[in-house]
Write a protein that binds this ligand. Structure first.
Ligand code: 6GU
Length: 300
């Protein structure tokens, strides 16, 4: 996987040479290059932003600098497009009219069988975009080339994603949560870590990916974990975990995951597919106040 990142603070991404992602780069699994957007400026001040048209506070990143940079990294020739700039104020979604992608659920279900795609994906972190999820990470882990464009200041000119979408590029905009950051750099590191750890060969233990929260079609928060000693400062590990009865241990953990998810993230319970729940799951959910006879659980 080739990963290009464009930012006015490329040094920020030096951290990516550390730890597991650094090892993955050494192994040749990923090749990460951080570029300085100012390298594509021509003025003495290397300016990348300008005042917002229509007024308002802050500065907006200029389209011309970004396009010189992105054309080069995407091997595209500059051109003119006919676009209706009044249409689609919410076209920030990952949906792609030109070539509808396989649904995210399908992709998640076939995570190991989905072929790599040669089409580059251009990703802009944006606090006003849809939330980045595990499904997006899974989907993006199958791309051969990702290009992240980090915005700073009040954002970037809206015509940039619009133009590249019109060029047939798979353009996505994502937020990583409901809070405000100073720029896209932190968000890009978050997305990169979520994506690259899914690459085959990246993690030592592939099974640990399957068991984690937010993965698989029936995503639940993970049960609690313990290690030895069985009694530490007066707090005991639950007996059943020491029983050696694997079926009982699995059931205990599953029930705990259901109870914890019910308490902290009932939205994830509502998203479960009832046909994928076993008898014991249903019994636990019913005891927690859920109706499980329909397609998805419903609060009683
Ligand atoms: Cl992607 N960017 C910025 N600047 N702030 C954010 C964000 C992204 N996601 C949440 N907050």
């Amino acid at each position: 996987m080739k990963i290009d990142i464009v930012s006015v603070f490329p040094e920020y991404f030096e951290v990516l040479n550390l730890s597991l992602l650094g090892k993955a780069q050494e192994k040749g699994l990923v090749e990460v290059t951080a570029h300085n957007l100012r390298d594509w400026t021509h003025d003495v001040h290397h300016s990348v932003d300008d005042t917002p048209v229509g007024g308002g506070a802050g500065m907006v990143m200029k389209p011309e600098v970004w396009s010189e940079c992105l054309d080069e990294l995407l091997h595209l020739e500059p051109t003119t497009v006919t676009c209706d700039s009044t249409a689609d104020a919410d076209d920030t979604a990952s949906a792609d009219a030109a070539e509808p992608a396989e649904s995210a659920t399908e992709i998640a279900a076939n995570a190991d069988t989905v072929p790599a795609t040669d089409r580059p994906v251009l990703i802009f972190p944006n606090p006003s975009a849809p939330l980045f999820t595990q499904q997006d990470a899974t989907e993006l882990s199958h791309a051969n080339h990702l290009l992240f464009g980090c915005g700073r200041y009040e954002g970037y000119d809206a015509r940039i994603p619009q133009y590249y979408r019109a060029q047939g590029v798979d353009v996505r905009e994502y937020s990583i949560g409901d809070y405000v950051l100073n720029g896209g750099e932190v968000a890009v590191s978050v997305m990169l870590e979520a994506i690259t750890r899914l690459l085959p060969g990246f993690m030592g233990n592939a099974a640990s990916i399957v068991e984690e929260s937010y993965t698989g079609e029936n995503a639940l928060l993970e049960h609690r974990q313990y290690t030895k000693p069985a009694d530490w400062r007066g707090i005991k590990v639950p007996d059943v975990l020491l029983s050696g009865d694997h079926a009982k241990v699995d059931r205990f953990r599953r029930d705990e995951a259901l109870a914890k998810t019910n308490k902290l993230r009932p939205d994830l319970i509502e998203a479960l597919d009832c046909s994928k729940l076993d008898k014991a799951d249903r019994k636990t959910l019913m005891a927690l106040g859920w109706e499980v006879s329909g397609t998805h659980p419903r609060q009683r």
